[in-house]
Design a protein around this ligand. Structure first.
Ligand code: HEC
Ligand code: HEC
Length: 224
């Protein structure tokens, strides 16, 4: 067994213990605020420099456990695990809310960890990660795809933008991990409930596996 694998497993053991302890704690929590209220709170904090910097500091602490999978500062080195560095804060919060509400499915680990976070902690973590710089990828890991570039220009650019950086609620896809992109696009297309979004379902419906491979190669090669 490789050292990396071994250290991942040790991390996972630690995380299971953390998630189990945290979910026991969560049973006596009051009813959670609706997602819209959390987005409003995130917007207000973003507009106030003093509150923002306090939130980022708290977020850095709360997100320390996430780096076992998502990497330091949210720069993932695992192909199936998404980068969270510089991801848009509204999108990050939305996805955490979706995990909590069962509108997005992941491993029981991930879901358990996100469910264990208080709503305020989700906001702080989203703000912290959105401010983390993206570590540049080595040039030789960036496979170009002309087919992917053309498909992106035709179908995706209107929402995700020419630079692939999205908007507050639309995810940054530039420089995302290729295998993760491929799996995500297939999930939207399959409509199996792991990822539910009417827009993405519509835009992936007619894509063939080869199109998805080209798109994933192009997006992961985009320098964010
Ligand atoms: C055990 C490994 C692991 C840990 C620890 C972990 N994650 Fe994840 N996370 C994943 C994987 C794998 C995915 C991809 C899920 C999928 O779509 O299948 C993911 C997806 C996400 C996403 C969605 C990203 C996107 O681009 O849509 C967010 C947000 C997220 N994680 C936040 C967190 C936070 C915050 C923490 C720490 C509190 C955390 N994760 C800890 C493995 C992990
Ligand atoms: C009408 C706007 C729109 C269009 C067009 C669109 N997207 Fe999206 N995309 C979104 C939204 C909104 C989300 C977040 C959905 C969710 O909550 O799961 C998303 C999510 C994604 C994700 C998940 C990112 C992550 O971090 O997990 C990928 C990958 C993606 N889109 C790629 C594409 C590609 C490739 C195309 C073109 C084939 C495309 N999108 C077209 C709006 C759009």
């Amino acid at each position: 067994m490789s050292l990396i694998k071994l250290s991942c497993m040790t991390s996972l053991l630690f995380i299971t213990t953390f998630a189990a302890a945290a979910s026991n704690r969560s049973t006596d929590k009051p009813a959670p605020p609706p997602p819209e209220a959390l987005h409003e709170q995130l917007t207000q904090i973003s507009q106030d420099p003093a509150r923002l910097s306090a939130a980022i500091q708290r977020g850095q602490k709360d997100a320390s456990v996430c780096r076992h999978c998502h990497g330091v500062g949210g720069n993932s080195v695992l192909p199936e695990v998404p980068n969270l560095a510089s991801q848009n804060s509204g999108y990050l919060l939305e996805q955490m809310n979706k995990f909590v509400l069962g509108q997005r499915k992941s491993s029981p680990f991930m879901e358990g960890m996100i469910k264990a976070l208080a709503p305020d902690e989700r906001i702080d973590i989203a703000l912290f990660l959105s401010q983390q710089p993206v570590a540049p990828k080595p040039a030789d890991s960036r496979v170009q795809s002309t087919a992917g570039k053309n498909l992106y220009a035709k179908l995706c650019v209107s929402c995700h933008g020419a630079s692939g950086t999205g908007t507050q609620k639309i995810p940054r896809v530039a420089g995302q991990q290729g295998p993760y992109l491929e799996a995500s696009l297939k999930r939207y297309r399959a409509g199996s409930g792991e990822r539910i979004d009417p827009m993405m379902a519509a835009y992936t419906r007619n894509l063939k596996d080869a199109d998805i491979r080209s798109l994933a190669a192009y997006l992961s090669s985009m320098q964010p």
